[in-house]
Design a protein around this ligand. Structure first.
Ligand SMILES: Nc1nc2c(ncn2[C@@H]2O[C@H](COP(=O)(O)OP(=O)(O)OP(=O)(O)O)[C@@H](O)[C@H]2O)c(=O)[nH]1
Length: 412
């Protein structure tokens, strides 16, 4: 395996702070009564479920880099615990971890106010325990929430499945799915849709499930997927993910199916890049940050697979899996001699294409004949454009702008 690494890694992005913050487990806790009015607060994802079902562990493992074994020592949550992760993550939301014993009939619990500003409600069921009580609680919770806010996405994590055999997992999912939906039908709530996920903090399933929960809350997701689709089909890439670097949830991918192995490979690559960067990328006095706009890495595996990571924004990375042949393809070899306009042909051609594709009014390379642009388009269509050209194209053809818009208001 060879790693190419772009130095220096120090810049003004300030993600180091975020990384340090993620290791600080002591955030503020707030009483239920302290909840701000929905209009003042960030969009939120609620984590609910019975005591000891694993809610706090999920939040700590996904957003605070706690190792799964450390969760054994987590104390029971007694108050609503609000975690604002927008300072360390692309996704601008709060996660509210509820104590297991929340009582909807308690007059001090203003559930209407809480549900009104909620984007997604994750209900965690411990699959290693008897789940009859959890199903009753799930029904009570989602039916209340739905009546207040029918736009909430209801997500059920069938959790701790690491202790179950494959057959047992499928059977448990089928049974929980059936019973939960029967309860909804009995209550004439057929329109209430529940999504189910098998999760564990001991593998990547919890990150994958969280990725899907978050993606549903991004209205611009089809645009991002579309860009990634065009990108991979023009460059011979097999799979492309846009990753939130700190949490390792992916906020978008192309529309080819996600297989767990590819996802895990990309997650591991992020870890490698950040770890190497923390060791070798900082300045001698230890200042600087581990992830910035210079961050880029290529890992060549010994089975002709190439992993490619490139910074997109201070929180996001594009991570791709491709074959060596696609990676090495160079557009320059395909351009006939008479089309060369001096030295940096590739640079000029790609920039021209970017301008052309984005229909920008500024066209500094307008001097290039239309046929030339057509020729380049043709190369892209024939999947002969070079890999790096495609990466630049993706950046310029709207990805950066699309992401900026999302950052401005992910849920609006
Ligand atoms: N095997 C296994 N254990 C888990 C998993 N997730 C959490 N746990 C364990 O479950 C126990 C309870 O986890 P917590 O995160 O404290 O549960 P909680 O739902 O926040 O509990 P309350 O705060 O009491 O509501 C801990 O010992 C965790 O280590 C998992 O995916 N697999």
């Amino acid at each position: 395996m060879s790693i190419q690494y772009d130095e220096p890694l120090a810049d003004s992005y300030g993600v180091a702070d975020s990384f340090t913050k993620t290791f600080d487990y002591g955030e503020d806790e707030a009483d239920i009564e302290d909840c701000p009015a929905p209009s003042d607060s960030k969009p939120r994802i609620l984590l609910m479920g019975l005591r000891r079902s694993g809610k706090s562990s999920i939040q700590k493992v996904v957003f605070h880099k706690m190792s799964p074994n450390e969760t054994l020592f987590l104390e029971s949550t007694n108050k609503i615990y609000k975690d604002d992760i927008s300072s360390s993550s692309f996704v601008n939301f709060q996660i509210w971890d509820f104590p297991g014993q929340v009582d909807f009939f308690d007059p001090t619990f203003d559930y209407e106010m809480i549900f009104r500003g909620t984007g997604a409600l994750i209900f965690v069921i411990d699959a290693q325990d008897d789940y009859v009580e959890a199903l009753g609680r799930l029904h009570l919770t989602v039916s209340r929430a739905y009546r207040v806010n029918p736009d909430i996405n209801f997500e059920v994590f069938i959790h701790k499945v690491d202790g179950l055999s494959d057959d047992h997992k499928i059977e448990t999912q089928r049974d929980i799915h059936q019973r939960a939906n029967d309860d909804l039908t009995d209550a004439s709530l057929e329109k209430l849709h529940l999504s189910f996920y098998l999760t564990s903090i001991y593998d990547h399933s919890i990150f994958e499930a969280f990725s899907k929960v978050v993606q549903k809350l991004i209205p611009q997701l089809p645009t991002l997927e579309n860009l990634l689709n065009i990108f991979i089909s023009n460059s011979g890439i097999e799979k492309a993910f846009l990753f939130d670097v700190v949490s390792k949830i992916y906020i978008a991918t192309d529309s080819s199916p996600v297989d767990m192995q590819s996802y895990e490979l990309c997650c591991d690559m992020i870890d490698v890049v950040i770890d190497v960067s923390c060791i070798y990328g900082l300045k001698e006095d230890g200042s600087g940050i581990a992830y910035d706009k210079e961050s880029m890495a290529i890992i060549k595996l010994n089975n002709t697979t190439v992993l490619y990571l490139k910074e997109v924004t201070k929180f996001l990375a594009l991570v791709c899996i491709l074959r060596e042949e696609s990676f090495e393809r160079k557009v320059i070899h395909c351009i006939p001699e008479e089309k060369h306009h001096g030295g940096a042909v590739e640079e000029v051609a790609i920039t021209a294409l970017i301008q052309h594709k984005s229909q920008s009014k500024l066209r500094p390379f307008d001097f290039l004949p239309q046929s030339y642009i057509g020729f380049m388009e043709d190369l892209f269509c024939r999947r002969e454009a070079c890999f790096f050209g495609s990466v630049r194209w993706l950046h310029h053809c709207g990805l950066t702008q699309a992401l900026k818009n999302i950052e401005l208001g992910v849920f609006q």
